[in-house]
Design a protein around this ligand. Structure first.
Ligand SMILES: *Cc1c(COP(=O)(O)O)cnc(C)c1O
Length: 584
């Protein structure tokens, strides 16, 4: 390792406070400036009104006592928060968070001072415009057509996934409603499976032939699942429940969605994983054909860009080809959603050279063909909580039946009538906006930071292999998450898992450690092909059904910096090796 960073990387160092608060002076200065501007704004707004708090007021005992209480408790809370997990340090390599960027922090904090509510322009004159511009930045990074696509900020990936699932459901129910009516008027002959995956062209054709009211379009969507099923069965003489095709490595938010949107947990059909640990195209086609034969409407298909456990990327390019094929040759329109809550920002790498392989590049270049996309700026965007976003490829697929709200006049720019959440802070949008305009969501900005984190993964892998005996690290690693366990061949899995648990306890956020990691547990049957391909020289005695792995998210931009006295990758590997002495 050279002793100094590349000059082009040095600019990026201004975007973080630094592990030792190296940029403290600049940060204090900007914070001070933000507060000053806030005070001046207020003073200049209605200057002739006169003061409501007088100097005499400020000198009373009551006033001083109340203020003392605030001061004491502010101090008390700051002391309590000093007990927080030190996520800013390169020694924190656990979950999907680390240092936050300064532009994001400034954007977030200045928004809090103005407190806009992005439910409507009545409550957020400026915040709504910033949200719109920040969405354009995200759309551009991911390759969507900004004139055709849209989206909005959410409190996180779970809500963003809900937002996409709601729109997919609304589209399906709208198509089904029109087809139901057309069927009963006897000018359309199709099955309820065809109706559910109808496509807009046929939908508009049916619309032309009969003047449907808005109510008849939303009838099924607004009904209970039981009532909707009854109405469909009445029109088609048959009803089988719609399914969600979601890979076996899905995030747990999909269970909530299946249950809360009325699909039922059993209709969440897992697509199996191949030897890369990602969606098996063979199984995907098998499942799609099963749906077709069993006439199970396909409410949506989900693929994942950056799985929560292993950071893997589904073969999005190939999946989209399958979806297009069903559309073009079979007239079956499937809503394809990409859950990129974790990995969405890797799209900033799509124009780089040599950093990522061709498969990943092709996947990143296909994301804009999907119907919807979840991205969490509060994960790889280095933005403070809570900040997620949902992107929708076609504006007309974004609109939902609007509930009348007599006390708010919604305008065209407003998102409030279509969002699941009501009141929404503009803080996440502003944080994302300022990050986009400063660091840049492109190869020279985020691409550089994220490229560096991928490189950190490679360096740590090498250090672990050199220093820790019997360490097993899957060779499939698309991004910056690295998982491993330590064990000998023939050793019972229960023993290996117990060792992983002990490692986690040693490097756990539940106590003061010199490094912090996370862990995960993967079911052996779900990942059988993956395990075979990824651990070719290790064959444990499989006496239990799961494998526990230490999980490391290498998000900190300073983990492999050349300047610090400590070499973090080496130091972690040494610390681990020392802990394992006598335990192997
Ligand atoms: C983190 C994550 C989510 C959920 O996001 P939250 O912001 O925690 O609600 C969904 N999907 C994937 C793949 C994730 O990694």
């Amino acid at each position: 390792m050279s002793k100094h960073c590349d000059p082009s990387d040095i600019a990026l160092k201004s975007f973080f406070l630094g592990p030792q608060a190296e940029n403290a002076e600049m940060v204090s200065h900007i914070f001070h400036h933000i507060v000053e501007r806030w005070i001046l704004w207020r003073r200049n707004r209605f200057p002739d009104d006169g003061c409501a708090i007088s100097n005499d007021d400020q000198n009373t005992r009551e006033y001083r006592n109340a203020l003392k209480k605030v001061n004491t408790l502010v101090d008390e809370l700051m002391s309590r928060f000093e007990g927080e997990v030190p996520k800013f340090s390169p020694r924190y390599i656990g979950h999907m968070f680390s240092e936050i960027s300064l532009p994001a922090l400034f954007g977030h904090c200045m928004t809090l001072l103005h407190n806009p509510n992005n439910v409507s322009a009545e409550a957020s004159r400026v915040g709504i415009k910033i949200e719109h511009e920040a969405i354009v930045e995200l759309l551009n990074m991911c390759g969507f057509d900004v004139n055709q696509s849209t989206g909005h900020f959410t409190s996180g990936g779970t809500v963003a996934n809900f937002e996409a699932a709601i729109r997919a459901k609304w589209r399906m129910m709208r198509w089904l409603s029109i087809a139901c009516k057309s069927k009963s008027q006897k000018f359309w002959e199709g099955t309820h499976f065809q109706a559910a995956n109808l496509g807009w062209t046929q939908f508009h054709e049916l619309h032309r032939r009969f003047d449907f009211s808005d109510e008849s379009e939303s009838e099924l969507y607004l009904s209970s699942p039981l009532e909707a099923g009854r109405l469909i069965a009445e029109s088609f003489g048959k009803f089988s429940e719609p399914v969600l095709l979601i890979p076996a490595h899905r995030h747990y938010s999909w269970e909530k969605i299946a249950v809360l949107l009325g699909y039922g947990k059993n209709n969440l059909i897992p697509v199996e994983l191949d030897r890369h640990g990602t969606i098996s195209i063979t199984d995907l086609i098998k499942k799609l054909e099963w749906c077709r034969k069993a006439e199970r409407p396909i409410a949506m298909l989900v693929s994942v860009l950056g799985t929560t456990e292993l950071g893997l990327v589904d073969p999005i390019h190939e999946i989209q080809r399958v979806v297009d094929d069903y559309k073009n040759s079979k007239n079956i329109f499937i809503w394809h959603h990409i859950d990129a809550a974790f990995g969405g920002f890797f799209c900033s790498l799509k124009d780089t050279h040599g950093l990522i392989d061709d498969k990943l590049k092709a996947d990143l270049n296909s994301v804009a063909s999907a119907d919807s996309f979840t991205i969490d700026p509060h994960k790889l965007g280095y933005v403070p909580y809570s900040c997620g976003a949902v992107l929708i490829r076609d504006r007309w697929q974004n609109q939902l039946p609007v509930q009348p709200t007599p006390y708010i006049d919604f305008h065209d720019d407003d998102r409030g009538h279509f969002t699941l959440e009501g009141s929404r802070s503009a803080a996440g949008a502003t944080a994302t906006w300022l990050t986009a305009k400063t660091i840049g969501f492109n190869a020279d900005g985020y691409g550089r930071i994220l490229g560096r984190t991928i490189e950190s993964g490679r360096i740590l892998r090498q250090a672990l292999k050199e220093i820790v005996p019997n360490v097993h690290i899957p060779t499939s690693a698309d991004t910056n998450i690295l998982c491993f366990c330590v064990g000998k061949s023939g050793e019972p899995l229960t023993v290996v898992n117990e060792r992983t648990r002990q490692i986690f306890e040693q490097f756990s956020p539940y106590k003061e450690s010199d490094f912090y990691v996370s862990k995960t547990d993967i079911p052996i049957d779900r990942y059988s092909e993956f395990l075979k391909a990824n651990f070719p020289d290790w064959s444990p005695n499989k006496n239990c059904s799961h494998l526990m792995l230490i999980r490391v998210c290498l998000m900190n931009p300073f983990f492999t910096s050349a300047e610090p006295k400590i070499n973090y990758p080496h130091s972690f590997a040494e610390s681990l090796a020392q802990f394992l002495r006598g335990r192997l």
